[in-house]
Design a binder for this molecule. Structure first.
Ligand SMILES: Nc1ncnc2c1ncn2[C@@H]1O[C@H](COP(=O)(O)OP(=O)(O)OP(=O)(O)O)[C@@H](O)[C@H]1O
Ligand SMILES: [Mg+2]
Length: 335
């Protein structure tokens, strides 16, 4: 089955084509126009998707080596995301499905992230523990099987990616700043300052990043020269605290259950320090540690096409009345 995937939930316009789970093409365009605003401006994102999506669809089809006529179904991100941005992708998906008389299926963006490691590890099989760390979400998900998910922990305030992005803006690195922080932190001294670790010493599997973010802001207010004289050290210490804030609840969950594998996904999963530390911990606990390729951590349409394909194989599809849902919940949530 050949599936066209479309992703427009935030500030990446993306299209991809997969055939029976194999990637034929993938095109992603990130909207750098938000950089100077310190965050995504929803109206600008919607307008950028309108301009970018048609040529990106053309490019994805060209690069796949197949024609539009060969596509069997269209999968599109239905939510969660910015409603105006979602509607652009959904309108395009429905138009293609209607014109070609093929099925369309709305996909949950987070379910896409959850499974994005499958392209790196084709033997990825549930049950596993998933740590989803993106720009808008931070959660631990017990994946019982495809379509059956139990959220065992989540952030009580900011998402991990949001903390990276806010600290990057505070340090004048622009938006989104996670990758920039990682790059600059490489030469930093982790003994320079000790920032607080969210939920340190607590029970349960929830996360917290607002205290860490505030601690960095307070430190910079009291030590403005650090931004110039000790930027790498400051970012290294922030990154260490952010990574520890992710690792502590994850390791508690790993130790308290019998998981065979830990899978990370989402933009922050591209962070090599996080991968290294989680890899060490997983080895200590004796579980496999799996992660997506770097390109599949941040938003892309491959993961949307893949989840759509799996759902289509189960006989699911949507009607043309399907619309975007800004707070679309993960499907199949178990209590
Ligand atoms: N190397 C890195 N280290 C830390 N953070 C990173 C790195 N690369 C990207 N990020 C962060 O990942 C986030 C973007 O990830 P992603 O595209 O998955 O999020 P999103 O789609 O905006 O949010 P969501 O999936 O929750 O709707 C940004 O916050 C960005 O700073
Ligand atoms: Mg995302």
């Amino acid at each position: 089955m050949i599936v066209l995937g479309i992703e427009t939930s935030c500030d990446e316009t993306a299209a991809a084509i997969i055939q029976d789970g194999e990637i034929l093409s993938s095109v992603v365009s990130t909207h750098w126009l938000h950089n100077s605003y310190g965050g995504v401006v929803p109206e600008l994102a919607s307008r950028a998707h309108l301009v970018l999506l048609p040529p990106i669809l053309d490019q994805a089809i060209d690069e796949s080596g197949i024609s539009l006529e060969a596509i069997d179904a269209v999968a599109v991100t239905r939510g969660p995301g910015l409603i105006g941005a979602l509607l652009v992708g959904i309108a395009a998906a429905k138009a293609i499905a209607f014109a070609r008389n093929i099925p369309v299926i709305g996909v949950n963006h987070l379910e896409g992230h959850l499974w994005s490691a499958v392209f790196e590890s084709s033997d990825l099989k549930p049950p596993f523990l998933a740590l989803l760390v993106s720009g808008g979400h931070t959660m631990l998900v017990d994946v019982e099987e495809f379509g059956k998910y139990r959220i065992i922990g989540q952030t009580r305030d900011d998402a991990a990616g949001e903390a990276f992005d806010k600290v990057a803006v505070l340090c004048g690195l622009g938006y989104p700043g996670g990758a920039q922080i990682e790059k600059r932190a490489r030469t930093g001294d982790s003994a320079y300052y000790e920032f607080p670790i969210g939920m340190h010493g607590q029970r349960g599997y929830d996360f917290s990043f607002s205290g860490l973010k505030t601690a960095v802001a307070t430190f910079l207010r009291k030590n403005p020269e650090a931004k110039h004289d000790h930027l790498a050290d400051l970012l290294c210490c922030f990154q260490e605290a952010a990574v520890a804030s992710l690792i502590e609840p994850t390791c508690r969950a790993l130790r308290q259950s019998n998981y065979q594998a830990l899978v990370i996904s989402g933009g922050v999963a591209a962070n090599l320090r996080l991968r290294q530390r989680l890899g060490e911990e997983a080895e200590r606990v004796g579980v496999r540690f799996l992660y997506p390729g770097l390109q599949l951590c941040t938003d892309n349409a491959i993961m949307i096409a893949w989840v759509g394909w799996k759902r289509l194989l189960k006989g699911q599809k949507d009607g043309l009345e399907m619309s975007g849902e800004a707070n679309f919940p993960l499907p199949g949530i178990l209590k």
